[in-house]
Structure formats: structure tokens, C-alpha cells
Design a protein around this ligand. Sequence first.
Ligand SMILES: Cc1cc2nc3c(=O)[nH]c(=O)nc-3n(C[C@H](O)[C@H](O)[C@H](O)COP(=O)(O)O)c2cc1C
Length: 321
Amino acid sequence: MNIGNITLSSPVVLAPLAGITTLPLRLIAKENGCGMVCSEMISANGLIYGSEKTRCMLNSVPEEKPLSVQIFGADPFVMAEAAAMVEASGADILDINFGCAVKKVIKTGSGVALMRDGFRAEAVIRAVRNAVRIPLTIKIRTGWEASGKQAVDIARMAEGCGVNAIAVHPRTARQLFQGKADWSIIAAVKHAVSIPVIGNGDITSPQDALAMFEQTACDAVMVGRYAMGNPWIFSQINALLHHEEIPVVDIARRREIMIEYVKASVCHLGEKPACLAMRSRLGWFVRGLDGSSRFRESIKHVSSETEAISLVEDFTNTLAG
Ligand SMILES: Cc1cc2nc3c(=O)[nH]c(=O)nc-3n(C[C@H](O)[C@H](O)[C@H](O)COP(=O)(O)O)c2cc1C
């Protein structure tokens, strides 16, 4: 699977998740066989008007590569300038958000709002395409109505403007994350263009991923919410695609990954912010396990790396014993 001149080691990629796909989670996903990691969406305005917090979102390390950085905005000039900054930061791929359906974003004409304004959408894509040499992708939704016509139209237009791949999350703007993703829209987009299409939506097992490949003929699959507490899903999907035995994640491996996540968070965010994040995030990794609510309770006030690691060890020891 190639996106422009970038070759992915696996056709299974991590979805952009605001506030979640920061560097620590991306590293864990990559280490577990993910073929491409994506940043959370980054405001083009924030980047060009010098917000330090926004610029920090571009921080990366070589071990996570290839990294796709997603920007959102509606002004072609601002988007082009922000795109150039992303390229200068060393990102491998630039992605434009055509899918965010949060009111605050739509109100500015960004995200999925671009899907009902073909003229502006094209201006944004052309401006960004002219501003960078790295591969350019877009991530779209079904559009504003269920037929998916807007998705197909935008995809065709994007291909004509030199976009290198398209990720499709087949829910309408109004659906947000409700209902089932309509994979037939991924198939329709794939049928309409010759550039790679990345299918996304509702993958929660290796079998789901395989079904998406089979039903849509997509070139890669993208996993979002399920990867949050189950980053090993990437290696499991890879195994199924290679007709290998699907690796079972036992308690020891789960503990290893949770501790790695704590350490990566402390290393890249600093101990205090990492601990604040761990208070909710470590809970993702234990969903459904015996005693998980007790564990979630115990990490609510975690305040140091050592404490976080020892709580993970205590919890996983009780399960292993
Ligand atoms: C908490 C959260 C944050 C998200 N942030 C982004 C984002 O920054 N950019 C984006 O394109 N999509 C974002 N999405 C959408 C996901 O990338 C993905 O399209 C969606 O969750 C469907 O895939 P899934 O069923 O595998 O989770 C977000 C979704 C969630 C739940």
C-alpha cells in the first residue's frame, strides 16, 4: 500500500482522534503493527497564528513514522500556510479534515461543512496541494445525506486536484457517531476513483477488518475508537490478513503495553500532564475485565509514574493469579 511516495508497512492504519491520538498512543499503535499513524486534527488558524499549544501538536519522533498530520480549516490561504508548516515539521503525509461534524467546527465552514460547499472544498484542496510536496490525503464522511453522492463527488474532484488517497468514514454529518457505518459508501468511493481508498468505521475485530476489505475493495482500513484500549488490534488484523494465527493478548502482554503507555506519556508529555491523562486513559485498556471498575477507581487520583505503574502491576497480578 502506497500513499504517494510513502510505502506503508501494513494496510491497517490508526484514525485521527482529537485529544487521543497524541504521540504516546501513536507510538503504542505503531509498535503493535499499525501501518500509519495520524495526528489528532490541528487547527490551521492555531498553527499560523502562533499558538504554542497548537504547534506542540506537531511534535513527533522517528519511531512512529510514517506520520500523517491532519489539519482543519476553511480558508484556502490559511490552510496552505498551515500545510507548509506541517511539511516543514517533518510530517510524512498531510491530511485535510472533511469529516468533523462538531457544531463549533461546522460553524466556521470547516470539517464536514466543506462537503456541502464544493467550490470552497476545491479551493482548499488546490491551495494546499500547491503548498506542499508531501503526499496529500483527505478524510471525508458520507456527506449531508445518506446517498453518499457528496462523498463520490468530493472524491472525484480531489483525485483531479492531485490528492493521493481518501479515507472514508461512512456516516452522515448529522449521524455524528450514531447508527451503523454504511460500508457501501466506501465501495462507491472506491469504484469512483483510482487513488487508494481507506475504509473506516466500526471495526472492532480482525474479522471486521477482513469483511471491510472484502465488501468494499478498499486499499486499507482505519481503526479509531477500538484502538484506544486495544492497540494490539493492528497486529491481530495483520496476522489475519497473512493467514497467520491471531495473537492472543494475555494479561502479561496487556500489562506490558499499559506500562509502555505510561512511560511514553511521561516521556513525551511530562509527569504531571501524563498522570492527569492516565486517570481516564488507563481505564480503556481494562474494559470488560474482572475488577476493571475497581482499577478505574484506583487510578482516579494517580499522581506519579511510579504509582501508575504499581497500580497497573497490582491489578494485572490479581488477574494473573
Ligand atoms: C473522540 C473522537 C475524536 C475524533 N477526532 C477526529 C479527528 O480529530 N479527525 C478526524 O478526521 N476524525 C476524528 N474522529 C473520527 C474518527 O477518526 C473515525 O472516523 C470514527 O471514530 C469512526 O471510526 P471507528 O468506528 O473506528 O471509531 C474522532 C472520533 C472520536 C470518537
